[in-house]
Design a protein. Structure first.
Length: 696
């Protein structure tokens, strides 16, 4: 089995040289892949014409993008190497298909060009250990024979025993400066006998997984998938297909489907060239189905080998991660997923990390979508059904509850005590909570985990964990206020509403209807929003006089009224909004809800500001009272919003300096919250003010 990254190369041992693409590839058009042209042998002395400087150099790489920093790091480090006893060793590792072999051989070409050598040329050798691996063990003698063949040794000069070959290889690599690319290395021990013996030598070890036992490595490069822009450039350059130019949206989807892996991009190019009449949408659908359901030969064999070498615990985690809500999972969340103690979870994660199946970065376990699809296939093959209630479902719901707990904590830190109805999710003893140092930090966490939290809502609803589904929508509301993603919010809040109805939780139903209304009206779906708000108001009114209501339940009716007024304001019907705002303000004051009153003074002040000159004084009074209350209560979001609204009013009254000072304060608050939406709004107001006054 050969590495999927393998580029065209010359094989040795039979005496015949030919080009091949590694593994079981059927790739006609290889992107980001070099090729071996003529293999050149140059005599090193007149006395020994059998020994030649090996130059197994790949030809110029077509359509290569990115990787500049990795290449520069290795080349500079190799040229500066001054160890008196050991050769320079660099490890180049990464996911199957990410382009490690191509980059390694490209670097060998550059090192051949730049490494100083006074007496003769710098040699370049390449050996693929997968060719010499049998039952998981490398035949070192055969690998040495291939390397000696590169020096021009033939027939009986290749010697017979492993020791004889090792001695000859040591002699030749001490006499000649060589760069050796050793591909498909699984352990440092199997590469050690193939390292050049001279301190002038260079070895590039290419591996899927970290090589912890390599002894030493001057440079260790973990190669990440290409960024979307680089991948798109590679796809366009390789295919030169007008269909992608005409359908940029599908081109972007193809790039995302390939996940930054040059190998997959090459396969897409092949599909485009093989099917010149098919629509790109069809190719996207077919290729996506293949990746998900069957996998591809070039990667499946490599992943199968890595999976086969996992321990039982890591195998279990591998299958569970396929059902997790995202490709990135917090390490602490893995503890909840496994339902094990922290040490056990760490052992399971290390097994996957050492196999090259996951990466760990910033406290998160990352599994590429290609590997995740393989994990799902292995889970199905071993009877781990994620669609029915069972051990896997229980594990995933534990993960959902861990994320719910963290989201609730972030919500509390960012927004303080507010109207929520879900109880706090339980603590997992061995799965530590996230720590939030500030409101901004908490909001940043919610934004970073947005996709995961939305997927948690879907998972919870699908598995009938209705309380968790609508509970997750409460912190997502706080996120939506500062980072509006309307499609995500509408989907999540619709599921949350359905979950609250199924959970038979009247207060949550009212709250979910109000939350859903806002993103609906923000995308112009006013009638749907009004329908939900009218139902919410009726439900809240029917319960408003019931005995034993909690404080939050008493806030439901004024909140529903405020949302209804806001809907009229969004329609531009400011006069129609005022009665709803006034009734809501009165209700908040009656129950002693200071924050609700603050919010409604702000809303009512804005409405009155739109009703003409006669209402401007009342509007200014309401907005000043709201701004003062927000500052006294340190409500960062409301400080910014009330300042912005008051500034707009002062601008209308010609009090430009006061308006500017308030807008600058609002800008500071928006940046403190890292709210791009709010910051953009305030910057526009400042620009309008500057244009009106002719100032900067």
């Amino acid at each position: 089995m050969a590495d999927e990254d393998e580029t065209d190369e010359t094989r040795y041992g039979s005496g015949d040289a030919h080009n091949s693409v590694g593994g079981q590839a059927r790739v006609e058009h290889v992107l980001q892949a070099g090729y071996v042209g003529t293999v050149n042998y140059h005599s090193t002395s007149a006395s020994d014409s059998a020994v030649r400087v090996p130059l197994q150099l790949p030809g110029p790489t077509a359509n290569f993008v990115g990787r500049e920093s990795e290449q520069l790091w290795i080349v500079r480090s190799a040229t500066a190497w001054e160890d008196a006893e050991r050769p320079f060793v660099a490890t180049l590792r990464g996911l199957v298909g990410v382009g490690k072999t191509t980059l390694g051989r490209r670097i060998s070409r550059e090192l051949h060009r730049v490494l100083p050598e006074e007496e003769d040329e710098v040699g370049v050798l390449y050996v693929d250990l997968e060719r010499h691996r049998h039952d998981g063990v490398v035949d070192v003698s055969a690998a040495l024979a291939e390397l000696l063949y590169g020096f021009g040794l033939r027939g009986e000069k290749l010697l017979l025993t492993e020791k004889e070959r090792a001695d000859e290889y040591e002699t030749l690599t001490r006499a000649h400066r060589v760069v050796v690319v050793i591909d498909n290395v699984r352990t440092g021990a199997e590469a050690t006998p193939l390292l050049p013996s001279s301190e002038r030598g260079v070895a590039l070890l290419v591996s899927h997984a970290p090589l912890y036992d390599v002894g030493y490595a001057a440079v260790d490069v973990s190669l990440k998938p290409l960024e979307d822009e680089e991948a798109l450039h590679l796809l366009m350059a390789g295919s030169r297909d007008q269909r992608l130019v005409e359908d940029q949206e599908t081109a972007q989807e193809l790039v995302r489907l390939c996940g930054g892996l040059p190998l997959l991009l090459a396969l897409v190019v092949e599909q485009l060239k093989s099917h010149p009449l098919r629509r790109t949408v069809r190719l996207l659908k077919e290729f996506g189905r293949t990746l998900k359901e069957d996998g591809i030969d070039e990667t499946e064999a490599v992943l199968d080998v890595a999976y086969a070498e996992l321990g039982d615990l890591s195998r279990r985690l591998y299958g569970l991660l396929a059902a997790a809500p995202a490709t990135d999972v917090a390490r602490a969340a893995v503890v909840a997923l496994l339902g094990a103690d922290r040490d056990t979870a760490d052992d399971a994660m290390e097994g996957l990390l050492n196999a090259g199946l996951v990466q760990v970065d910033n406290g998160h376990l990352h599994m590429h979508s290609l590997v995740r699809a393989h994990a799902a296939r292995r889970a199905r093959a071993e009877g781990l059904d994620t669609e029915r209630r069972g051990p896997t479902t229980d594990a995933v719901l534990r993960l959902v509850r861990w994320y719910l707990r963290q989201a609730q904590h972030a919500d509390l830190t960012a927004a303080g005590e507010r109207m929520t109805f879900a109880p706090r999710a339980e603590l997992f003893p061995d799965a530590p909570d996230a720590l939030f140092a500030s409101k901004a930090h908490a909001l940043a966490w919610l934004a970073a985990e947005r996709r995961t939290l939305n997927e948690c809502v879907r998972i919870a609803h699908r598995h009938e964990a209705y309380r968790e589904a609508w509970a997750l929508c409460e912190p997502l509301w706080t996120l939506h206020l500062d980072h509006p993603y309307h499609a995500d919010a509408i989907e999540a809040f619709e599921l949350g509403l359905d979950a609250a109805l199924r959970d038979e939780h009247p207060a949550a139903v009212v709250r979910m209807r109000c939350q859903l209304a806002r993103p609906l009206w923000e995308v112009g779906r006013f009638e749907e929003a009004q329908s939900h708000l009218d139902l919410a108001r009726l439900a809240a009114e029917s319960r408003s006089g019931a005995p034993g209501l909690t404080f939050n339940e008493r806030k439901l009716l004024p909140s529903a009224l405020e949302f209804r007024g806001r809907l009229e304001a969004e329609r531009g019907q400011w006069g129609a909004a005022v009665p709803y705002y006034e009734e809501s303000l009165s209700s908040h004051e009656a129950i002693g809800n200071d924050y609700g009153a603050l919010l409604l003074m702000y809303q009512l002040g804005q409405a009155k500001a739109h009703l003409g000159e006669a209402e401007l004084a009342a509007a200014e009074d309401l907005l000043r009272r709201a701004h003062t209350a927000a500052r006294a209560d340190d409500r960062a979001r409301m400080i910014g919003r009330t300042a912005s609204a008051l500034a707009q009013l002062l601008r209308r009254l010609g009090r430009f300096q006061e308006a500017k000072e308030l807008l600058l304060a609002a800008l500071d608050r928006a940046r403190e919250l890292r709210s791009n939406h709010e910051e953009t709004r305030v910057l526009k107001a400042l620009a309008d003010l500057a244009a009106e006054t002719g100032s900067e």
